[in-house]
Design a protein around this ligand. Structure first.
Ligand code: ADP
Ligand code: MG
Length: 238
């Protein structure tokens, strides 16, 4: 379990500042959603937390440790992208266990962990299949399984459902909410979709032009939007 604390975080690309001083405290176990229009800096902020992008200035703490300059693998995080990035030639079992195999964990331990993850994600009946013999939702679950198996303390999701059709998106929203309830892990979830934000979040962070407009629980933002931008984005008139 780990909370995530961002202090005056900034990022410039070639002299242009795109993250303009972000201060945020995400509590341990919270489902936190970053929402905002395309280009507002959601992915950049998430990539800075993951360590895939350097920070220009400011500080990132995960679980009480300063990880501002730490390698991604040393941050206790797992990142789930919208593209499934599964290995087509490996079975579901091999895909989920891949990271553990690379780390040369004992075979018995890998089997035990993959079985547990498959139960959590309801993939027990598909472990011997290759990705091409799975539905879109099943593939997305395998991608998530590859992260869970490494016991991260924080999950980072960047628009993981945006390639799915509407019906599957609705189903995956429920599955991800269930998964969060089962694992109790801190989750940071990026989307430009208000419905995802409103239905999944404990806490919503509304971003606009590289700054935080407002932070609050979904109904707080809905009932008391701080700015016309938030009102327009979350959907209630101000
Ligand atoms: P979002 O995920 O909210 O759509 P991004 O974080 O991808 O927004 O982008 C925020 C801003 O930073 C955009 O103006 C984008 O063009 C710019 N940007 C992102 N990555 C780079 C990069 N590697 N080089 C230059 N500009 C970038
Ligand atoms: Mg993005």
């Amino acid at each position: 379990m780990a909370d995530v604390v961002l202090t005056d975080l900034r990022k410039s690309f070639g002299g242009l500042e795109v993250i303009k001083g972000v201060d945020l405290h995400i509590e341990s176990g919270e489902f936190c959603v970053f929402v905002g229009p395309s280009g507002c800096g959601k992915s950049t902020l998430l990539r800075m937390i993951s360590g895939l992008e350097d920070v220009s200035s400011g500080r990132i703490e995960i679980g009480g440790k300063d990880v501002t300059r730490a390698e991604p693998k040393d941050r206790g995080i797992a990142m789930v992208f919208q593209s499934y990035a599964l290995y087509p030639h490996l079975t579901v079992r091999e895909n989920i266990g891949f990271g553990l195999s690379l780390a040369r964990r004992p075979k018995a331990e890998i089997k035990e962990k993959v079985d547990a993850v498959a139960r959590t994600l309801q993939l027990e009946d598909y472990l011997d299949r290759k990705p091409k013999a799975l539905s879109g939702g099943q593939r997305q679950r395998v991608a998530i399984g590859r992260s869970i198996v490494r016991d991260p303390s924080v999950f980072l999701f960047d628009e993981p459902l945006s390639n799915l059709d509407a019906a599957l998106r609705a189903q995956m929203r429920i599955e991800l909410t269930d998964l969060h309830a089962k694992l109790g892990t801190t989750m940071i979830y990026v989307t430009h979709d208000q419905v995802e934000a409103m239905t999944m979040a404990d806490k919503i962070v509304v971003l606009n032009g590289g700054r935080i407009e407002q932070v609050g629980a979904p109904m707080e933002l809905y009932d008391r939007p701080a700015t016309p931008f938030v009102a327009g984005f979350i959907g209630s008139p101000k």
